[in-house]
Design a binder for this molecule. Sequence first.
Ligand code: CA
Length: 228
Amino acid sequence: MPKESILVVEDEEDILELVKYNLAKEGYRVSGATSGEVGLKTARSSLPDLIVLDLMLPGIDGLEVCKILKNDSKTQHIPVIMLTAKSEDSDIITGLEIGADDYLAKPFTPKVLIARVRTVLRRKAKANVKETATVRVHDIVIDPGRHEVTVAGEVVDLTLTEFLILHLLARHPGWVFSRYQIVNEIRGEETIVTDRAVDVQIVGLRRKLGDAGKYVETVRGVGYKLSE
Ligand code: CA
């Protein structure tokens, strides 16, 4: 199973490269952004599993980026590790208050960085156990614990991949998921790696859901959503 994806937001190129290099070496899928604006855009489009966020950024600074991320239902679940200079004690406190999960004071060693990243991701994985909660949308009921889906009380037999796609869409009704995000969600469970394969799964899913299949909507040029 591929490791988690991490977005690093840091304007100092050498630090950015150093952090990216060390995370990639550990097997994480890493992307970078050199400004708060680009960082926000990337976070919203790729929904990484973790964000390493420098506080000192030109334009929108790190605290502002963190605040925006934590106030957006789409991104608020993404853990944030702040990078700070020693003199930024008050920023650390503010950052933690507005929802950052941890911080690292510069200069830091790759070892400490990796340890922090692991801890935060582990904590997040534990929190994700909550995703075994039953999801109800329209007359569709998804029970992740029992891996069971019913529509108007009737059990629907889905493949694991169809189940994962439906669960992903149903956790956030109205949100549009790109094929890329869908592939990311289910990768490692079954071999489904292309956009076309996602389309095929959606066709199967709609058919099996019967009347409720209409709630799985195609958003042209973007991806799929479950209507609210
Ligand atoms: Ca900086």
